[in-house]
Design a protein around this ligand. Structure first.
Ligand code: 2HG
Ligand code: ZN
Length: 475
């Protein structure tokens, strides 16, 4: 016999304290709409526990009552993974009050942070201890580390340091039913059976609630060299990346592709952004070399490599950054492309990855398809080309009708993702599956993979209370 809605809220209030359980529409509203304004939901309540023990109590209660639990971090997700469905039966579990850095150990190059820590807070804690936490994404001032773990976030330093998964040493997770997996190890080597923690990374809260993680840290970055290079096409970007990696002894930490339209949109919509180079070029790459050595001559190295590429026509023009201010301006240009796209109107987003070598042919074919089939939109393809990850987005033309443009999303997505598949790529490189790409996972994952994923889901969450309908269809 399960409880009525009001009684369920009362029980949650008894467990957490009245102020930790929100149910008034205006209080709940910020937790019920994603930041792109595309996924909206409804909830029985939004709960804000203060401790791991309270998270465990919530999951024990919700498991017994078969109440869906939607973990929620900084609400910067792209796939609606942190928004409940429209039934009003699920609860949102905000991790924002679990926000302390539990430990920083510079000697062990490790740090333990709670899920509700904002990413910038984790970076700052490492920096204060003279260490470097490399995860870096545009939303780092508001996204939370629990969400980064749950979506296995990527960002602009993956080329050198890997995805979030590669930075994790251990996890603390509350399981449905309320048991706590206490796995905050800081060991580098630990071959003791199945790597259970790995399953929670990228699971988007469908297996349990990550409450804390231990991370590996790196030596502080002491020298950087940054440049914007204009190039003719995506093939030149791939060639230049190979050359820079070889010439720099693999010091390339970021290598971001920017299309001409990315510069035009940011210059138009973002105050303080201007075009760094005089000419009009089809593509650009923002490349950054970095090192933990103080006196590494990275500027000279980058300048020399770019000059050589310029003399061969691989690079068409380049601007080397001369100050921290210029560096910040260049990164601002890159990181505000999504915001500039929002100002321009609706955008059809495709977070794809391919083998780096396949990118030029893919972009040539997919761009031609977009030009022919989506005349009401313009391709804005940019991103982490060094990782083979492009945000193959299509912005509506200002003259196009927004609703009409958005109505084409499913058809365009299908065509692009099918092409990605043909080239050996993935439909979700770094933003996850959430609720908006469940059908894509069903289409592109193999039957064996899907069977195994469903078996894992059943084993961890037999009553299906964890983030129902995200990643896998609710059964
Ligand atoms: C980025 O790399 C983000 O800027 C956002 O992953 C991409 O808005 C997007 O499509
Ligand atoms: Zn990205």
């Amino acid at each position: 016999m399960t409880l009525e809605r009001g009684a369920r809220r009362e029980r949650l209030r008894a467990l957490l304290g009245a102020e930790a359980v929100l149910s008034e529409p205006q209080e709940c509203a910020p937790f019920l709409l994603d930041h792109l304004g595309r996924c909206r939901g409804s909830a029985l309540a939004v709960v804000q526990p203060r401790s791991v023990a309270q998270v465990a109590q919530v999951l024990e209660f919700c498991d017994a009552e078969r109440i869906g639990v939607v973990p929620h971090g900084g609400n910067t997700s792209y796939c609606g993974g942190a928004i409940p469905d429209e039934s009003g039966h699920e609860i949102v579990l905000s991790l924002r009050r679990l926000n302390s850095i539990r430990n920083v150990d510079p000697e062990n190059y490790s740090l333990v942070a709670e899920a509700g820590c904002v990413l910038a807070q984790v970076q700052a804690a490492a920096e204060t201890a003279g260490r470097f936490f490399p995860l870096s994404i545009g939303s780092q001032g508001s996204c939370q580390i629990g969400g980064n773990l749950s979506t296995n976030a990527g960002g602009v330093n993956v080329l050198r340091y890997g995805m979030t998964r590669d930075l994790v040493l251990g996890l603390e997770v509350v399981l449905p039913g309320g048991r706590v997996l206490d796995g905050l190890s800081t060991l580098r080597k630990d071959n003791t059976g199945y790597d259970i923690k790995s399953l929670f990374l990228g699971a988007e809260g469908t297996l349990g609630v990550i409450t804390a993680a231990s991370f590996r840290l790196f030596p502080e970055v002491r020298t950087r060299a940054t440049a914007l290079a204009a190039i003719a096409d995506v093939r030149s970007a791939v060639t230049l990346l190979g050359e820079l990696r070889a010439a720099s002894g693999d010091r390339v930490s970021s290598f971001e592709l920017i299309p001409r339209i990315g510069i035009e949109l940011t210059a138009r919509h973002i105050p303080g952004v201007s075009d760094p180079l005089p000419g009009d070029y089809a593509w650009y790459v923002l490349c950054e070399l970095s090192s933990s050595r103080v006196a590494e001559p990275l500027d000279a190295l980058l300048e020399e490599a770019l000059a050589a590429a310029l003399s061969r026509g691989l690079v068409l023009d380049a601007a080397l950054v001369r100050s921290e201010r210029e560096r910040a301006a260049l990164w601002k240009l890159r990181e505000t492309i999504p915001e500039a796209q929002r100002h321009e109107g609706a955008s059809l987003k495709h977070d794809i990855s391919l083998p780096v070598a396949a990118l030029p042919d893919f972009v040539a074919r997919a761009a031609a398809w977009v030009a022919e089939q989506v005349p009401e939109g313009r391709l804005v393809a940019y991103g982490h080309v060094g990782d083979g990850n492009l945000h193959f987005n299509i912005s509506q033309l200002p003259s196009a009708d927004r609703e009409h443009f958005l109505a084409r999303a499913a058809q365009v997505r299908r065509a692009i993702h099918d092409m990605v598949r043909e080239f050996g790529g993935s439909f979700s490189a770094e933003h996850g599956v959430g609720r908006t790409k469940v059908a894509e996972l069903e289409r592109y994952a193999s039957p064996v993979e899907l069977d195994l994923m469903r078996a894992v889901k059943r084993a961890f969450d037999p009553h299906g209370i964890m983030n129902p309908g995200k990643v896998l269809r609710a059964s």
